[in-house]
Write a protein that binds this ligand. Structure first.
Ligand code: HEM
Length: 229
């Protein structure tokens, strides 16, 4: 990921570590999307809040009643996490620029699909805490604005700006991944309240992802820009 500034060793190590964390988490998360994509009620109902509370007759109904949207969202989510590690890998970008561009269109489409479905039907139907409903539209608008700036920059061959804004867009998108694992069990260990834990994980994971991405952009990408001048 970080070959541009060879003397900034710790930044390079951090960038590579972040890439590995995202890639490794993408595997279980990708598998997690499968019951939603295939519409396996008997499986996905166990992931719900009602199931955790022991209300098995209610578990999963909010998904079943909006299944088509959940399927579309989860399919785009699976493609998003499958393609993301390639798009953010420097050697892949350098050696396969045509594929990077093609994957880029799919990645952008997945961002649009997850953002639109996530902030509309799914936010209305979700049984997650109110903070999710509040944050969802902002996350969607944020990720879409960053995506638009990024694509526009790529079309104008301004690849540094393209990278920066793509990273900002993806930081928002990827933050939803850590809301399922490992943040909720971690916070639950302190709060002992599942709903409260989930209320903390959404803003926390957004803040962490966007904050770390911003530090990386300012300290590392901007440095590498200066070196190019
Ligand atoms: C800013 C954009 C996004 C918003 C606002 C959003 C919002 C939501 C909401 C409200 C739900 C329903 C949660 C529930 O009731 O259980 C959901 C589910 C889901 N989201 Fe997103 N999402 C977004 C982007 C993404 C992305 C980029 C991914 C993949 C990395 C993703 C993966 C999933 C998956 C797999 C589910 C279904 C499983 C589940 O409900 O836990 N989402 N999303």
């Amino acid at each position: 990921m970080g070959k541009e500034v060879p003397n900034s060793t710790w930044m390079r190590v951090w960038a590579n570590t972040a890439w590995w964390i995202v890639t490794i988490f993408s595997v279980p998360f990708g598998l997690y999307t499968l019951p939603f994509i295939s519409g396996k009620f008997e499986i996905y109902k166990h992931f719900t809040r009602e199931a955790r509370l022991g209300n098995h007759h209610l578990a999963g109904l909010h998904i079943l009643h909006n299944l088509r949207t959940w399927q579309i969202h989860a399919t785009a989510a699976l493609l998003f996490v499958a393609i993301g590690p390639f798009q953010f890998n420097t050697s892949f970008r350098n050696n396969h620029s045509v594929l990077h561009k093609r994957f880029g269109y799919v990645f952008a489409a997945c961002t649009v699909i997850t953002a639109v479905t996530g902030a509309t039907t799914m936010s209305k139907a979700t049984e997650l805490p109110p903070i999710v409903k509040t944050l969802s539209p902002f996350m969607s608008i944020g990720t879409l604005i960053a995506l638009t700036i990024s694509i526009n920059a790529a079309r104008n061959k301004n690849f540094q700006t393209h990278r920066r804004w793509m990273m900002r867009s993806a930081a928002i998108g990827y933050s939803v991944m850590y809301n399922r694992f490992p943040l909720p069990p971690l916070i639950y260990a302190f709060t002992k309240d599942q709903d409260q834990a989930l209320s903390y994980t959404f803003p926390l994971s957004l803040l962490l992802n966007c904050g770390l991405a911003e530090i990386y952009i300012r300290k590392y990408l901007t440095q590498s820009d200066r070196k190019l001048l």
